[in-house]
Design a protein around this ligand. Structure first.
Ligand SMILES: [Zn+2]
Length: 178
């Protein structure tokens, strides 16, 4: 059973809420339109399930086979396009592999109370310290934040986040780095 809502990130950086999922066709329905999996940058991501998880409930991760407890109000797992449950730790491995093999990823830009900026994956299990931040103007969203960070393989990444109301950070691996 696939849990909703699921978010998908498309190649152009947009994020959508999935309303229907067809694992056989490897496609998802967003905004009344069916999309093929190849159009989605990150086929994994998100299963918030606040109303139906009970404290003490558990799930088995379809990747590592480990049984996990639900965490508070959230499931503690992401759901991929095949409907598999992926624990936060496996999300980290998935995202790490994705960043190794691809030059684009959508992550989240957050600022700690100390003022330090960080880029993380959706569950926050993969984190990068931002070493350069530039706040600029954007004609539609008002502001934009450009950030730079280095992954564990030594590759340099540049990310941009638009406006004050979104944490989505559209990241690209810089050529010739690493
Ligand atoms: Zn797992």
């Amino acid at each position: 059973m696939t849990k909703f809502p699921i978010h998908v990130h498309l190649g152009d950086g947009r994020e959508f809420l999935v309303t229907e999922l067809d694992p056989v066709m490897a496609s998802v329905k967003v905004g009344g339109k069916w999309l093929q999996e190849r159009e989605i940058v990150q086929p994994i991501i998100v299963g918030l399930l606040t109303s139906t998880c009970q404290s003490g409930d558990t799930f088995v991760c379809d990747k590592c086979g480990v049984r996990h407890a639900y965490r508070g109000w959230v499931t503690g797992y992401g759901t991929n396009s095949a409907g598999e449950k992926i624990c936060y730790e496996c999300c980290r491995e998935f995202d790490k592999e994705w960043m190794s093999e691809n030059d684009k990823i959508t992550l989240y830009l957050t600022q700690a109370t100390t003022g330090r900026w960080r880029v993380t994956n959706w569950p926050g299990t993969l984190r990068f310290r931002v070493d350069e931040t530039r706040k600029g103007k954007h004609n539609i969203t008002g502001t934009r934040y450009d950030v730079w960070f280095t992954d564990r393989e030594g590759n340099r990444w540049w990310g941009v986040s638009y406006g004050e109301n979104s944490q989505l950070c559209h990241c690209r691996k810089l050529k010739g780095s690493g």
